[in-house]
Every structure is written in C-alpha cells, then in structure tokens.
Design a protein. Structure first.
Length: 201
C-alpha cells in the first residue's frame, strides 16, 4: 500500500532587505540655503504617509504622496523648518523601485479629488511639472494643494511640492511644505549627487 501525503502549502520566501542607508547620505545642513535649524531625523519605517478612510481608492497614493511600498525598503530622512515652511528629504533603497513615469500618469488622472482625511473632506489638487534632467535616472516633479471645501477664497490651502529622482533601486525625494522660496529642483539634484555615490550609484 502506498500512501500519498497531502501537498504542503507553498510558503512565501521573504525578500531580504537591501543594505542599510547611512545617515551620511542625507544632504548636509549647510547645503540647504536657509538659516540652520534643528533636524528631526527618521528612518523609513516611520515615514509612512497618513492613512484615511478612502485609503483603498485609486488616487490614494497620489493624494498621500506615496512613492514607496511597504516591504524590503531601507532608508533615512529628515525634516526641518525653513523660512516660509518646512523641508524634508528621504533617501531609500529598495529592490522594487517606484516607476515614476507610471506614477506621473496616475497623478494626471487624479488632478482633483476629495478624500476623507481624519473625518474631514479634503480637496487635493495636483499639478505635474517637468522633473530635473538627471542622466540615467527617472525624475518626477509635482505640486499639490490641500484645501477644505468651503474655505474662504482669501485663505490658500497647504501647498506641498515634491521632486523625486530614482535609479537602480535608489530613490531620493525632497518635499517642501508652505510658501518656501527654495529651488527644489536644484536641491533635489544636489541631494542625488550627494547620495548616489555613497550608495554605489
């Protein structure tokens, strides 16, 4: 008599995390054209965007500015006050880098949407720009304005600008909030030129 054991369910093979990203890859404080300010440094595990009740909608990633998926990701970031607002930088490594061209196409379909953010209906207006030219890399540049419906016309919403550069499993992202006068394109290119060689790019 021969018995056949039931097949065992396949187990998922964990994807190893990429090498750690050292804090030294972040822009040095003197590279930011603003008076020195305290930096709030974080790792990628704490950089997840705010979730909301409409998180499964087709525009959720655009509204929340998510370019990275959870999983095998390592990274470092900081945020700091600058005149007129706040600046943040994130440098990450992942075996599954974001397709910035596909992300931009999605953003074009989500130029104006309303979501429930912490129980408040919030209107998100996204405008794509032209990313800086970086040889061998994908780039993305966009501006987002978040407003509450019914807000008086004289009160502007919160403005967020984002510039991202990605190549070979490395992502560098700069974002400013508020009415800063920073040249975010130039700053993002400087951040890439600073980080990429230190990560083997």
């Amino acid at each position: 008599m021969v018995t056949i054991s039931p097949a065992k369910p396949a187990t998922a093979v964990p994807v190893p995390a990429p090498p750690a990203v050292p804090p030294a890859v972040l822009l040095p404080a003197e590279a930011v054209p603003a008076p020195p300010a305290a930096r709030d440094v974080f790792d990628v595990a704490t950089a997840v965007s705010t979730s909301d009740r409409s998180d499964d909608g087709p525009c959720a990633d655009v509204v929340h500015g998510r370019l990275l998926r959870p999983g095998a990701v390592t990274g470092q970031g900081f945020q700091t006050a600058v005149p007129g607002g706040q600046l943040s930088e994130l440098v990450a490594r992942t075996p599954h880098p974001p397709d910035l061209a596909a992300w931009a196409a999605q953003a074009r379909r989500c130029t104006r949407v309303t979501v429930d953010d912490q129980d408040l209906p919030t209107e998100s207006t996204t405008t794509l720009g032209t990313g800086p030219a970086v040889p061998g890399a994908q780039t993305l540049s966009y501006e987002q304005v978040l407003t509450l419906p019914g807000r008086p016309a004289g009160l502007p919403g919160l403005r967020l600008r984002t510039v991202a550069i990605a190549a070979g499993g490395v992502l560098v992202l700069l974002r400013d909030a508020g009415a800063t006068d920073l040249d975010l394109d130039a700053l993002a290119v400087a951040a890439w030129q600073h980080a990429a060689p230190r990560l083997g790019r």
